[in-house]
Design a protein around this ligand. Structure first.
Ligand code: ZN
Length: 406
């Protein structure tokens, strides 16, 4: 059974330091490659789906979170305020309030809707120190977030579009949703009032789930304080279930922030906010990928995609030339030469690298590579240029497949 904390250390992906603080991991170069690749994937998928990206600061005045309702309903999970020039500043517990302000900053017409605003941004949670560990319980979170401002008529379709993005991403990442949960409010005072709006939002989420053909279970007591949500659940190898992705329909925050857009009738109308996250937090997504794949990332995400293995010193120069060609194609490639040990030992050390290319005297002379795949298959001896082109195509197509027949 794979533990992402152990794998993260062994593979040199991330670590912590008591002086930085518990629950505040840092990313080492190989981990940073995985994270960057994942973030770029999400941004590209969002751009293709009509989202525009913004950046907003990771802190705001206390009044902002009083307005959003976080101060009343979520304060226990927030960092304490910092005093600054007679004002109280807070590390943000979510990105929604900033995006609502960005929407509000301009006059909005119905022609701009649905307005899909995305950000991969930092947010903070004051997790108790007892529950911190690895990347799954952290105090600084990088969230793949977006808010779609739309009319009530557009909300179910936008939520269904978000579900489609999520299912495409899971296929590309080689991970699986264990179930979809429709999270409804429960008893107790932690939810905002407004039963009619809760019913309306819940009905729209059911419409989105039905339109997507997704089976789901309704569960009480798991909603956000401001509205119901669809939670896409994942299960770790120990059988523990957590939420990775979410889709929410929210009538509450547009009211709190007084959001308006002009309609075709010239009058001012209130938009709905669809909150959605495709891969959840980058930390939790990488933790899950590590455990799901045991460190053998899909080729497009692997920190090193190709290792070139010269049999002897005479082939080292050619090995470096192959790595330069691979790098020029956008691949992440390395040479592991005789100084790193016997050929067998070098192959074993590269067992998580998707592609291994052995370079003996004959291959070096003829521009060939003896190709091995991480799963033990051997596509054979191929011209170097053809092999690199096929790897590059496979990486660009994403997904988990290592090789396709020519
Ligand atoms: Zn939000």
């Amino acid at each position: 059974m794979h533990d992402h904390r152990r794998l993260g250390r062994e593979l040199g992906l991330f670590d912590t330091d008591p002086l930085m603080g518990a629950g505040l991991p840092y990313w080492l170069p190989d981990g940073a490659v995985v994270r960057h690749t994942l973030e770029e994937y999400v941004r590209e998928a969002e751009r293709a789906a009509g989202y525009r990206h913004v950046y907003s600061p990771v802190l705001g005045k206390r009044e902002l979170y009083e307005l959003s309702g976080h101060w009343d309903h979520y304060r226990d999970d927030m960092y304490p305020p910092m005093e600054l020039g007679g004002e109280q500043m807070l590390l943000r517990p979510s990105l929604c309030p900033h995006h609502a302000l960005i929407f509000r900053s301009r006059t909005r017409s119905h022609r701009e809707l649905p307005l899909r605003m995305a950000e991969l941004g930092g947010m903070y949670r004051s997790e108790r120190s007892g529950v911190l560990g690895g990347l799954t319980r952290v105090r600084a979170i990088q969230l793949n977030d977006a808010h779609i401002f739309c009319t009530p008529d557009q909300a179910a379709e936008e939520a269904a579009g978000a579900l489609a993005l999520i299912s495409r991403a899971y296929a590309d990442l080689g991970i699986r949703a264990s179930r979809h949960r429709l999270s409804l409010p429960g008893g107790g005072g932690k939810y905002v009032a407004g039963p009619a709006l809760w019913r309306r939002a819940t009905a729209l989420l059911r419409e989105a789930l039905d339109a997507s053909g997704v089976a789901y279970e309704a569960v009480e007591g798991e909603a956000a304080f401001y509205g119901p949500k669809i939670d896409v659940q994942i299960t770790d190898p120990a059988g523990r279930e957590t939420t990775l992705s979410t889709v929410q329909i929210d009538f509450h925050q547009p009211e709190r922030f007084g959001l308006r857009h002009t309609g075709p009738d010239g009058a001012r109308h209130r938009p709905v906010m669809v909150h959605r996250s495709v891969i959840g937090s980058v930390e939790r997504a990488v933790a899950h990928l590590l455990e799901e794949h045991g460190g053998a990332f899909p080729p497009w995400l692997a920190p090193v995609q190709l290792v070139v293995l010269p049999v002897g010193e005479d082939q080292e120069e050619r090995a470096h030339a192959v790595v330069r060609e691979a790098t020029a194609l956008g691949l992440r490639a390395e040479v592991s030469g005789p100084a790193d040990g016997s050929l067998g030992a070098r192959i074993r050390r590269a067992r998580l690298v998707p592609y291994q290319a052995v370079l003996g005297a004959r291959e070096a002379a003829d521009g060939l590579l003896a190709v091995r795949l991480r799963d033990g298959r051997r596509p054979g001896v191929l011209p170097a240029a053809e092999f690199l082109r096929r790897v590059e195509q496979r990486v660009r197509a994403r997904g988990t497949a290592l090789w396709e027949p020519a």
